[in-house]
Design a protein around this ligand. Structure first.
Ligand SMILES: Cc1cc2nc3c(=O)[nH]c(=O)nc-3n(C[C@H](O)[C@H](O)[C@H](O)COP(=O)(O)OP(=O)(O)OC[C@H]3O[C@@H](n4cnc5c(N)ncnc54)[C@H](O)[C@@H]3O)c2cc1C
Length: 471
């Protein structure tokens, strides 16, 4: 199964962080050649071969953005040199890890500090130390060689940097928590150019903010140390029903999925593609096929015969490749899977949807266009952490709701989001960053917004790190 069959994604017009192409008036001219001499990693400037590649994100909609330079930092000292450079020259700065920001906010017109070459992954005694630029497919692959893993997202090329800083929802989160819940410490370069190690006792406020407060706000993270869990054989499943069962499937799923055993994670997709409308429930179970069949039985009893049914045992590592849409690919080939233009919006659902809302959701998906809605189960270990224990506030959410459309047109997205808002409320996940939101502080952070603002003023009082929706 390819990723685009599992997760339909496609482009949104960005509010790219504003900025100046060169130094601000009154500041010394930017010494790009001097910066280049200081760095161990390459600095790619306009006119250099490789510039067009260096400025690309995952979503081609943002290819028109032309940074003043892209620094491929090789060390924390490189990152510090970049931060000191932009502060002195008063040039806008943007951190980039995997480049998957929905709004394109990992590029800009100033200096992009790209940490993708800081991608080492090591393991010792139950702890994994991961460079902030590592891609998820490499994290799963390298840790599996040690018989361990961390809970993280399903897209193979998402960067561990952006994912962890915003929270990190994945296919084993109901059992092991969000990615940020297993974080024990991190190394970060702050606006004053210091390289800090943060954990529960050192720079504890900054450490708290970096677990759900979102990327691009407090500094440039260079590495993370995570607590790992042992891996085991698992089972995966993908079940489809006729479209006529779509509303019944949503009603059955939303009361079943968030209350399932922690070992069972599932996602419900409603979509409209060139083959027509589809409804699918898929997921992963940390256990054998027989036990999974028994857990799926209540759904089958309510919804009747499947149009397609796949339930199979798998190694943990292969299951991550299946969930990444890379079932038949090598890790290297998986990393080369195509970029996709998409636009998206989302909700975090704190209550089950009433029948009226389910019917409206299904009717919205059936409207013209190529788009999908993804409901991802939460609860379990995610919900057992207090909402203020980390900056990620949505601990009581039952599931997330993502609306995706191919291309950059946001018309359908805005309509269906507005239709569902009275039923799902005003909660959003910062990793599904949405440039349309005006009350984004409340939606992303809820009651944690005030403490995040305090951390910001302590570590970046002059707001060197800026986003259109920055803390
Ligand atoms: C196809 C796809 C699938 C996804 N699947 C999941 C999923 O399963 N679970 C989930 O939770 N999310 C998922 N996401 C959302 C994803 O978590 C966010 O888009 C995340 O921010 C991407 O991180 P990145 O490093 O790839 O992106 P980037 O675009 O590089 O960064 C995102 C933000 O973080 C900042 N940032 C990046 N690196 C650093 C750093 N080292 N230090 C400080 N700030 C930094 C950037 O400036 C930007 O603001 C998915 C996104 C896509 C496009």
């Amino acid at each position: 199964m390819r990723r685009r069959d599992f997760l339909r994604v496609a482009g949104m017009l960005p509010l790219i962080g504003g900025g100046l192409l060169g130094a601000a008036a009154g500041s010394p001219p930017a010494d790009w050649a001097g910066l280049r001499r200081q760095l161990k990693g390459p600095l790619v400037l306009p006119g250099d071969s490789g510039y067009d590649r260096a400025r690309r994100l995952f979503n081609p909609v943002y290819d028109r953005v032309r940074p003043g330079g892209v620094a491929y930092a090789a060390t924390a000292a490189d990152v510090a040199a970049c931060v000191n450079f932009v502060r002195t020259a008063r040039i806008p700065v943007t951190a980039r890890s995997g480049g998957h920001s929905y709004a394109g906010w990992s590029t800009g017109t100033g200096l992009v500090i790209d940490v993708s070459r800081m991608n080492s992954i090591s393991y010792s005694a139950g702890r994994a130390t991961v460079g902030a630029g590592a891609k998820l497919v490499d994290v799963y692959d390298r840790l599996a060689a040690h018989g361990v893993s961390i809970p993280a997202g399903s897209c193979p090329t998402v960067g561990v940097g952006g994912l962890t800083l915003g929270g990190g929802i994945g296919v084993v989160s109901r059992k092991y928590g969000l990615t940020c819940d297993t974080l024990e410490s991190l190394q970060i370069v702050t606006a004053d150019g210091r390289v800090l190690t943060c954990d529960a006792t050192h720079h504890a406020g900054l450490f708290w903010a970096c677990r759900g407060g979102g990327g691009g706000n407090f500094g440039v993270v260079t590495s993370f140390t995570f607590r790992t869990h042992p891996i085991r054989d698992v089972s995966v499943f993908f079940l489809r029903w006729p479209w006529a069962k779509a509303a019944a499937a949503v009603k059955a799923w939303q009361s079943w999925a968030p209350n399932a055993p922690d070992e069972l994670w599932s996602t419900l997709h409603l979509g409209r593609d060139r083959n027509g409308l589809y409804v699918q429930i898929g997921g992963l179970y940390l256990g054998g096929k027989g036990a999974l069949d028994r857990l799926l039985a209540p759904l089958s009893a309510k919804l009747g015969a499947n149009t397609s049914r796949y339930v199979a045992g798998s190694s943990y590592q292969h299951a991550m490749m299946v969930m990444a849409g890379c079932a038949s690919l090598s890790v290297e080939r998986c990393k080369q899977t195509g970029r996709e233009a998409f636009a998206a919006k989302s909700h975090m659902a704190y209550r089950p949807m009433p029948d009226k809302a389910v019917n409206a959701l299904v009717a919205g998906v059936a409207q013209g266009g190529t788009h999908s809605v993804l409901l991802d189960a939460l609860g379990g270990a995610v919900g057992r952490v207090k909402p203020d224990a980390t900056a990620f506030p949505h601990r009581a959410a039952l599931f997330s709701v993502q609306y995706y459309a191919d291309g950059s047109d946001r018309t359908w997205l805005r309509a269906i989001h507005a239709t569902m808002r009275p039923h799902l409320g005003d909660h959003a996940y910062v990793n599904y960053i949405d440039p349309d939101l005006t009350d984004w502080q409340a939606q992303y952070y809820g009651p944690n917004a005030g403490r995040l603002a305090q951390v910001k003023s302590t570590y970046d009082p002059d707001r060197l790190f800026r986003l259109p929706q920055g803390v």
